[in-house]
Design a protein around this ligand. Sequence first.
Ligand code: PAF
Length: 326
Amino acid sequence: MKFNLTHFAAASAFVALAGAAAAQTEIKIGYALAPDSHYGVAAQKFEEVVLAETGDQFSFKHFPSSGLGGEREVIEGLQLGTIEATIVSSGTLANFVPSTGVFDIPFLFSGLDHARAVLDGPIGQDILGEFDTVGLHGLAWGEQGFRHITNNRNAIHTPADVEGLKIRTMENPVHLAAFDAMGAAPTPMAWPEVISSLQQGVIDGQENPLSVIVSVKLNEVQKYLTLSGHVYSPAMLLVSKPFWDGLDDDQKAAMEKAATEAAAAMRGYVDNVETSGVETLKERGMEVNALSAEEKAAFQASIKSAYEGYYDTYGQELVDSIVNFE
Ligand code: PAF
């Protein structure tokens, strides 16, 4: 066969296409919840802005619903450089950057505005910066909302109602200490095991914000919802440090812009579900009660011994400066 101009043009086009495809970097982004959750909405916003800012330099592959494993495994994948990005709760973050655990202290924040101001302020930003020392890069703080208790045993009004309750906590020593002090029987567990453990009665309950309870349809496996708001639940948009270090300045700026918009989308979702979530869950058949101020104070008093441990670990000055932050 003679090699003519048509063959040459086709070959050149193929080489150009292959070059473009090779130049495009795939971003695998993993998260524990569904595409229509606060994490899914944030991940889609992140992709949308990165693509708008950088043209065809990146492509995205989403792994929702723990498609890449539990949050700890995904973070380890980022450290290894086998996964580029994730959105995670603070569940296991303190195992990587211990100071992050200070935000997991129960009854620390008075409301969403207070928490957001601290995370966006110097204390939150300094802790975000620490992730660069452990093979990760923290792009932005997002959030899930305040965590509430669900269970199948009884409605909860007082610490006596959680006595011996087999409750799943995140793999988070700060949360574990609080539920221990309350008199519950906490079991730390990775999220992918939680639904089957509830179905099989291995645990009676779990705690998560309305954003999770609604989007995961926890009403299908849990009867009682107690609006305890016992702890704020931050989230973080993290990327792999090896991936981050390979980006040029324009690409880094695009990722930062995209992360800020993704975090805003996540907070918008939370604002929405905080107002509509309780009605949705009642309609789906859950028995809901909200702790009164006095009931909440009794829970706060019940974890006094855990607070002594928190002061030892994080320093009372830091804890107080967060409580009093304006
Ligand atoms: O409970 C947890 O582990 C987390 O809140 C979840 C549901 C995985 C979201 O990050």
